[in-house]
Unconditional design. Structure first.
Length: 91
């Protein structure tokens, strides 16, 4: 039986949607991570994982209607923390 360990932190740097001085539609500048532990053999694997480890709230894409940038802005949020179990069987 094998022990499986995987994971790591991830950082997305800050950026802006436009180059204009007045329009500061910021996105990015967040850290997140993944952690996974499991056991397995030649025929099966079981892994428990956590994605978005720090349950970070962030804007991943500051996109809005390009014809109405000054009027509205929409935010694309990061996936929430996800905890799961992955089972794999190969006869």
């Amino acid at each position: 039986m094998d022990l499986l360990i995987d994971g790591g932190p991830f950082y997305v740097g800050a950026s802006r949607l436009t180059f204009g001085g007045r329009q500061h539609y910021r996105m990015g500048d967040y850290a997140t991570g993944r952690l996974a532990f499991g056991v397995g053999t030649a025929g099966w694997t079981a892994i428990v994982f956590v994605d978005t480890l720090f349950d970070t709230e962030a804007n991943t894409l500051a996109y809005s209607d390009p014809f109405r940038l000054s009027d509205t802005q929409s935010i694309t949020s990061l996936r929430p923390r996800t905890i799961g179990l992955k089972l794999k069987w190969a006869p």
